[in-house]
Write a protein that binds this ligand. Structure first.
Ligand SMILES: [Fe+2]
Length: 329
């Protein structure tokens, strides 16, 4: 990330001066940039008045990064003044560079997903996977998308906590990576989906949590994907359609026996199946969903398409094939 165009105030320009850099005008509301005056042309009083008017209306005068040396030489504006004028963007760039440095410092450290998954499964210790995810998130962009920014701010606060949704997010993230999902937006949606899919559990009456059978028939539980989505919409962040879909579909199954819509495999997103499996792995292995079953056994039963306890093996084939590589500790 770098600032390609710096904003500056019109007062920096002097009438009748000839500048060797182009004067750009940027309209933030339209995200459009045009050259107002080409280099080596004397700037008139009328032009300065017009630029002042543009500035009053919210437009930004800009100079291209490669013209900075000429800009400093030919105006009385120095770097400190320019940085102050671009404070928010300079702060953002500094934060980005700090994150990049922290990322690069650990870049060569080896990481074996299967070994760490095994440790999480046998010892219920997700700390190394959580730390690894925190580290990988340092490489995510902080200036591209409000939902990615929200995810980064949220994970910054929650990834150090040993909570069910965090465990789901960690497993879902690494499963998605194993499946070849590498783009930041999709990975961010998977993480947010895992953190928020069961947010509406707070609306379910406490007695329904007495047993899995009482929870399974509670009508509010059957609606919890909708309700979690409703809560999410209250945040007024432009979340992607994929994220909303992952949450809505995280209890659908490939044979059409899931809820809330009973969709079948071809109509369910892979990300939704990833959330489904992460939930099964965490909740069943901790005894929160019927009989407690170890993670390796859950995966073996899914790969062999066996129903045992609350295990639902009706997942997408690419996901089943991928997690096959995680078993046989
Ligand atoms: Fe759920």
């Amino acid at each position: 990330m770098k600032i390609a165009f710096y904003n500056y105030p019109v007062e920096v320009l002097k009438v009748d001066s000839i500048y060797s850099f182009a004067i750009y005008i940027y309209q933030p509301n339209r995200s459009s940039r045009v050259v107002y005056q080409y280099p080596n042309i004397s700037i008139s009083k009328e032009a300065l008045l017009e630029l002042e008017e543009y500035q009053k209306k919210g437009a930004k005068l800009q100079v291209f990064i490669e013209d900075m040396d000429s800009f400093y030489k030919e105006t009385d504006c120095d770097q400190q003044r320019l940085d102050e004028y671009n404070l928010a963007r300079v702060k953002m760039m500094n934060l980005f560079n700090k994150r990049k440095d922290r990322f690069n410092a650990k870049k060569d450290e080896s990481f074996n997903l299967k070994e760490n998954f095994k440790n999480a499964a046998l010892n219920r210790d997700y700390s190394f996977l959580r730390q690894r995810l925190s580290y990988e998130l340092l490489d995510f962009p902080i200036d591209q998308d409000p939902s990615i920014n929200f995810m980064l701010a949220l994970t910054d606060k929650v990834l150090m906590r040993d909570l069910g949704p965090v465990k789901c997010a960690v497993l879902a993230y690494f499963m998605a990576q194993e499946l070849g999902i590498k783009d930041h937006q999709s990975l961010s949606d998977i993480i947010l989906g895992a953190l928020f899919k069961d947010m509406s559990f707070c609306m379910i009456k406490p007695s329904s949590f007495d047993s899995w059978s009482s929870l399974g028939v509670d009508p509010t539980y059957k609606k919890h994907p909708f309700l979690s989505l409703y809560y999410l919409s209250k945040l007024e962040i432009p979340f992607s359609k994929d994220l909303k879909r992952f949450i809505m579909e995280h209890h659908e199954d490939s044979k059409g026996n899931g809820f809330p819509r009973g969709k079948t495999e071809d109509y369910i997103a892979l990300g939704s199946f990833i959330l489904n499996l992460s939930e099964q792995l965490v909740y069943i292995s901790e005894g929160k969903m019927g009989q407690e079953i170890g993670m390796e056994s859950i995966l073996k039963n899914i790969v062999n398409q066996n129903r045992l306890g609350e295990i639902n093996p009706n997942l997408a084939n690419p996901l089943i094939k991928t997690v096959e590589g995680w078993i046989n500790f």
